[in-house]
Design a protein around this ligand. Structure first.
Ligand SMILES: [Zn+2]
Length: 431
């Protein structure tokens, strides 16, 4: 096996024929599938080993397994949330879906295909799940290939859905009702200073929102509005939610923009940063500051392009400092690979271990990462350059680099000019 893997990974020989090149791609695809299966096995075993260690150390039963998801996520370079999902999938595959797992190990089924099957059968009883596992992924009695292997992703999903409904309609309906609890709104950056605003909604609500916007577009078009249908729908969405079109009610919406003073005055064009979005051109930031409808908080950076720091003796970071850390860290959890929004501002080196409540020793973390680092055997310390060094119970070290220096101010910039009080200068430009 190793010989084959090494041979394939070395790449096709020069002058390889078309057919050889296709074989190479196929062979590597198999390796990827098999590797994902073996990673799943290793994850399940890691979970067992960690629980054993924690149990021996007297960790209470309800806390056993804490941090495992992060220990899987860090080397796989994904978020801890994804790490938890991968571990869950690994357990399901190795214990409840033997045929699906066998296909993966044989290099015929990817982790993503397996995820679809696991997801679509999650609401079923173990017996029903095994029926679907067998029906779609077992090799035929005369060695016929499993049905699932030749299916596209959509076909696979539909086949699993259909079987699930046939086997246990009630559970599928109950799960749909339960899914409504997950309704939410999300924001993610798009290219060209644009952003995607998304909402996960029950079908009726999603369709109703879209129909209302569509209606607004039709009305506008009938009145001779020259904007496109998409533009009217987007504008109407913002108008109605923020109330920006009504002149008497000033919207209480805050946008945080971090930029140097020179960029603000227009002397230089260093990129600014919008919290929750990312870097934007200085001209865009200046326009936003002039936009009378938005309540803007302007924040300045120090000579290194980082937000200025302050210290406190308190165990809990004071509001101003906490807000400062959240902005400094760009609103995104500091853990490597984790893209989740910051929910907690916490000490890098524990307060109980003598860690200071200072900007250097504080970090913005999502809930899950904040919990993981409290698990037995985890340590962290701030690096000299603003980085954060995390050491997991196995001794593996991960370095979270200092937050991006989005703005490079001129060298004459002095920290004294803008202390934190000035940094957190608040401006109501709507007035
Ligand atoms: Zn996180």
């Amino acid at each position: 096996m190793y010989e084959t893997v090494d041979h394939l990974l070395a790449g096709p020989p020069s002058g390889a024929s078309e057919a050889e090149l296709v074989d190479w791609i196929a062979g590597l695809e198999e390796i990827k599938c098999t590797a994902e299966a073996v990673q799943a096995e290793a994850a399940v075993r890691l979970d067992e080993v960690v629980r054993e260690r924690q149990s021996e150390a007297g960790v209470p039963a309800r806390k056993l397994g804490e941090g495992v998801a992060s220990q899987i996520a860090l080397p796989r370079r994904v978020s801890p949330e994804k790490g938890a999902k991968l571990l869950g999938l690994a357990k399901t595959l190795t214990t409840e879906m033997p045929h699906t797992f066998a296909l993966m190990k044989a290099g015929l089924f990817s982790q993503w295909q397996a995820t679809i099957l696991a997801r679509e059968t999650a609401c079923l009883s173990l017996d029903d799940r095994k029926v679907i596992d067998y029906d779609l992924c077992a090799t035929g009695p005369c060695g016929e290939p499993a049905k699932a292997v030749s299916m596209g992703l959509r076909q696979l999903e539909n086949a699993a859905k259909k079987l699930a409904i046939t086997l246990d309609q009630e559970s599928v309906v109950a799960r749909a009702a339960n899914a409504e609890k997950d309704r939410r709104v999300s924001l993610r950056p798009a290219p060209d200073t644009m952003t995607w605003l998304g909402a996960l909604l029950p079908v009726k609500d999603g369709v109703a929102v879209f129909a209302a916007l569509d209606q607004a577009a039709k009305t506008a078009a009938a009145a001779g509005d020259e904007r496109t249908r998409g533009q009217v729908m987007a504008d109407t969405l913002v108008d109605r939610i923020t109330g920006r079109s009504t002149t008497d009610a000033k919207p209480r919406i805050e946008v945080k923009i971090v930029m140097t003073a020179d960029a603000l005055t227009g002397d230089v064009d260093q990129p600014a940063l919008v919290e929750g979005y990312g870097p934007v051109p200085a001209t865009w930031a200046r326009d936003a500051l002039n936009d009378a409808d938005v309540f803007v908080r302007r924040l300045f950076t120090d000579p290194a392009g980082r937000l200025v720091a302050m210290e406190s003796r308190a165990r809990k970071a004071p509001d101003g400092l906490a807000e400062f850390i959240a902005t400094r860290d760009g609103g995104i959890c500091r853990t490597n690979g984790c893209d989740a929004p910051i929910r907690n501002i916490d000490h890098v080196e524990r307060h109980a271990d003598g860690g200071e409540t200072s900007a250097e020793n504080l970090q913005g973390l999502c809930e899950r990462c904040n919990q993981a680092k409290e698990a037995l055997g985890w340590r962290a310390r701030p690096g000299p350059d603003g980085s954060i060094i995390t050491i997991t119970p196995t001794g593996h070290t991960y370095i979270s680099p200092p937050p991006e220096s989005w703005a490079q101010p001129p060298p004459t910039w002095s920290r004294a000019e803008f202390g934190l009080r000035d940094v957190l200068l608040e401006q109501t430009l709507a007035a």
